[in-house]
Design a protein around this ligand. Structure first.
Ligand SMILES: [Cu+2]
Length: 157
C-alpha cells in the first residue's frame, strides 16, 4: 500500500520536492514482465559498478554506458545540501531491478519509476539492463533539469 501511495504522489507531481522513491511490486504498464526472473537468475558476485555524483546541478558523469544482461550497481552520490532524484522513463521500463539501497534501508522491487537521493546521501540501484537502447535521464525536481541535471544512457553489448 505504501508503494501505491508513493506512485500516486509521483503522478500528482510534488513541484520543488524530490518526493519518495517509486518502486513497484506489481507490473506497471510497459515494464518487463519477467523482471523478477531476470534478477533472480543474475550472478550478483561481481557486478559492473558505475558511480555518478550529483553536484552543482549536474550529474557527473552525465553519459552512462551499461551492458545488456550484466548485473549492474549504479551508485548515486548526492554531494549537495538539497534532495535530488533520478527519473528515466524509457530506461526504467527496460531494466530488471534487484534493489534500491542506502540510508540504512533496502527496497526490493522488480520495477522502479524514480530513485530519490537525499541531501548528502548515497543510494544504489541494482539492476540488469535487459534491452539495447539509448535513453535520457534527469532530475525531476522542478527546475533542476533545466539547470543541467540531465544526461544520457546507452545500453550496449
Ligand atoms: Cu535535482
Amino acid at each position: 500500500m505504501r508503494r501505491t501511495l508513493a506512485a500516486l504522489s509521483l503522478a500528482f507531481g510534488l513541484a520543488g520536492c524530490a518526493g519518495s522513491d517509486a518502486a513497484y511490486t506489481q507490473l506497471p504498464p510497459g515494464y518487463l514482465r519477467d523482471a523478477a526472473e531476470i534478477v533472480a537468475r543474475a550472478d550478483w558476485s561481481s557486478p559492473d559498478i558505475v558511480t555518478v555524483t550529483i553536484a552543482g546541478h549536474a550529474f557527473s558523469p552525465n553519459e552512462l554506458v551499461f551492458h545488456r544482461d550484466r548485473p549492474t550497481r549504479l551508485v548515486l552520490v548526492n554531494s549537495t545540501d538539497s534532495d535530488h532524484a533520478v527519473v528515466a522513463d524509457q530506461f526504467f521500463t527496460d531494466i530488471a531491478v534487484e534493489r534500491i539501497s542506502g540510508g540504512g534501508q533496502t527496497t526490493r522491487a522488480p520495477w522502479v519509476g524514480k530513485v530519490v537521493v537525499p541531501a548528502g546521501e548515497t543510494r544504489e540501484l541494482w539492476f540488469v539492463p535487459a534491452r539495447f537502447g539509448a535513453y535520457r535521464f534527469e532530475c525531476p525536481v522542478a527546475g533542476h533539469a533545466g539547470l543541467g541535471e540531465r544526461g544520457l544512457i546507452e545500453v550496449g553489448r
